[in-house]
Design a protein around this ligand. Structure first.
Ligand code: ZN
Length: 58
């Protein structure tokens, strides 16, 4: 059984109402990366960005 993971841009300190949910960390990561890239011009391939996403996940 997998638990639902959530991510909010606000937890990254961004003034953005984006919120995402997924059944697994990998799926959530995929969706969040797409948003950060298109909406915030962040590079999701960068290790520091990956780390920030993981720490912001609930
Ligand atoms: Zn956002």
């Amino acid at each position: 059984m997998q638990e639902v993971r959530t991510f909010r841009c606000r937890d990254l300190g961004l003034a953005c109402e984006y919120e995402e949910m997924a059944e697994s960390e990998n799926e959530l990561m995929k969706r969040v990366e797409g948003h950060l890239q298109t909406a915030h011009q962040m590079d999701p391939g960068h290790p520091e960005v990956q780390e920030r996403i993981r720490q912001a996940m609930r």
